[in-house]
Ligand binder design. Structure first.
Ligand code: C2O
Length: 522
């Protein structure tokens, strides 16, 4: 295969993405990180040099890593952190998939401080979609904090605060935004440089732009729109979909959408908007700048548009919000029948129990010091009675590691049932899943036999509504340990992560590469 080599040096600098100076974690001095763009079938080598004073690890969000589970980059599951002052080579082949992905640190909440970037995979199957646009543009959206996540985390994890996630101070489009310095008092402790501006996207009239939207944030779902322009949705996560025209779409943390925008307007400048959905934000700490904007300019001038569109009266646009249920994959697949069904309950156990951690069933995750993958492979090899069927030692800590093992190839149904009053963006590593059904209240198992199996939506990150449930189905065909977790940084650190162990039959033959194991010996 073609080899694509990237050298990433990760370091900490002082920078002001929105005008407020703070420590920022960057890749090759860049924030957001460099674009990784490859063809399906390519072998990707990313040599990561860690110049931080902490460990780090990079996860390739949405890639299957079939046969290379140890390259999944998930601290506590598939690897130990890359120690400060050392290098590690990620080395994997992108097989059988294409579309819009991203990469980010998967060590605690570290990605929230800057280690994020886009990852695009091309394939010949895109040809038809490719004809529907002239330009291809990646757009990263994210909420933004003026403090390091490590400084915010202890307050959040302190007793009684599980319902008060840190509220972002601003939002960024393409890593930049304006911030009004006068919102901070002089003695706030923040240095405001007042020199940051909104992102500007220059366009040519009469062209079609594919915008690949990626929410690389920590906490916030955005409503995305462009004044006076229709968005034709053609991809969700990495699944091409039958085009749906909308005026606004919700995009939760870690989700991706491609929209095609036709520049058919006559005026000069329009706002691109990413409005924070603030329902779940704590009232004690109102967000300073919930309406995040960038500029679309037809003329390369950067004067700001004066009209702001009220979506209820927008000029000759039929206002329509995307609801994820409108999406149908462009390439038809029939969901196979399940061999097995599991139910998990997601909760913060607020109220009666007033506990401070987040639970999946009765487990609250903390990263295992010895990654569960390493434990399982060693145990399967040792083949003696001190290990259970997962390969995990009998001393394995079930209070912090919830692992469902699928020993051989199976099709698995998973009912994710949320007992929490907030929406959660759940991501499954190493797989795409079908969204078979969703709702609120209790799932009615009487309806289980009547699920629509003809071409349900497939994706890798979905929003579970407040007090809602979603039934997902996936082929457990990928050997290794795969995280399923809420992608909100704060929630994952509070414990909302579980793991699937797939194809144990194949794992027992594995030898984890020595450079991966060596990360745990320092
Ligand atoms: Cu975007 Cu567990 O990852």
């Amino acid at each position: 295969p073609t080899i694509r080599l990237f050298n990433f040096t990760i370091s900490e600098i002082q920078a002001a993405p929105d005008g407020i100076l703070r420590p920022l974690l960057v890749i090759n001095g860049q924030f957001p990180g460099p674009l990784v763009r490859v063809n399906r079938g390519d072998r990707v080598l990313v040599n990561v040099t860690n110049q931080l004073s902490n460990g780090t690890a990079l996860h390739w969000h949405g890639l299957y890593q079939n046969g290379t589970n140890w390259m999944d980059g998930t601290v506590g599951v598939t690897q130990c952190p890359i120690p400060p002052g050392t290098s590690f080579l990620y080395n994997f082949t992108v097989e059988s998939q294409y579309g819009t992905y991203w990469y980010h640190s998967h060590y605690s909440s570290q990605y929230t401080d800057g280690i994020v970037g886009p990852l695009i995979v091309h394939a010949p199957e895109e040809a038809t979609t490719r004809e529907s646009y002239d330009f291809d543009q990646v757009i990263l959206l994210q909420d933004w904090y003026h403090d390091l996540s490590a400084a915010l985390m202890p307050g959040y994890l302190a007793s009684g605060n599980e319902n008060t996630e840190p509220v972002p101070d601003n939002g960024l489009i393409q890593g930049t935004n304006y911030f009004n310095c006068s919102l901070y008092a002089n003695d706030s402790g923040y240095t405001c440089q007042e020199n940051s501006t909104r992102a500007v996207f220059a366009v040519t009239q009469g062209k079609r732009y594919r915008l690949r939207l990626i929410n690389t944030g920590a906490f916030t779902e955005f409503d995305f729109s462009i004044d006076n322009h229709t968005l034709s949705v053609v991809e969700a996560d990495s699944t091409l979909v039958q085009p749906v025209a909308v005026t606004r779409l919700p995009i939760h943390v870690a989700q991706r959408y491609s929209v095609i925008v036709y520049t058919n307007q006559t005026s000069t400048n329009y706002w691109m908007r990413a409005q924070m959905i603030t329902d779940c934000f704590s009232d004690d700490n109102p967000v300073l700048n919930p309406d995040v904007q960038a500029l679309i300019t037809y003329t390369n001038t950067t004067s700001e548009p004066t009209d702001s569109v009220d979506w209820s009266t927008a000029l000759d646009l039929v206002c329509k919000d995307l609801s994820p249920s409108m999406l149908t994959p462009a390439v038809v697949e029939i969901a196979p029948s399940p061999n097995n069904a599991f139910r998990i309950d997601v909760s913060f156990q607020i109220g009666a129990y007033a506990l401070d951690r987040a639970y999946i069933n009765s487990t609250t995750w903390t990263a295992a010091k010895d990654p569960t993958l390493n434990q399982a492979v060693a145990g399967l090899k040792a083949d003696n009675s001190t290990f259970n069927a997962l390969g995990l030692s009998s001393a394995f800590d079930k209070a912090s590691q919830f692992v469902i093992s699928i020993p051989e190839y199976q099709v698995v149904d998973l009912l994710i049932n949320s007992l929490d009053e907030g929406a959660h963006p759940f991501h499954l590593h190493g797989h795409q899943f079908w969204i078979m059904a969703s709702g609120t209240g209790d799932f009615d198992w009487n309806s289980y036999a009547r699920l629509n199996t003809t071409n349900p939506m497939r994706r890798d990150t979905l929003t579970i509504d407040a007090y809602g449930w979603t039934l997902i189905r996936f082929r457990a065909d990928n050997p290794g340990l795969w995280a399923l977790h809420c992608h909100i940084s704060w929630h994952m650190e509070a414990g909302l992560l579980m793991q699937f162990q797939g194809r144990t039959d194949l794992m027992s033959h594995w030898t984890i590469p020595s450079d991966v194991l060596a990360l745990c010996s320092t």
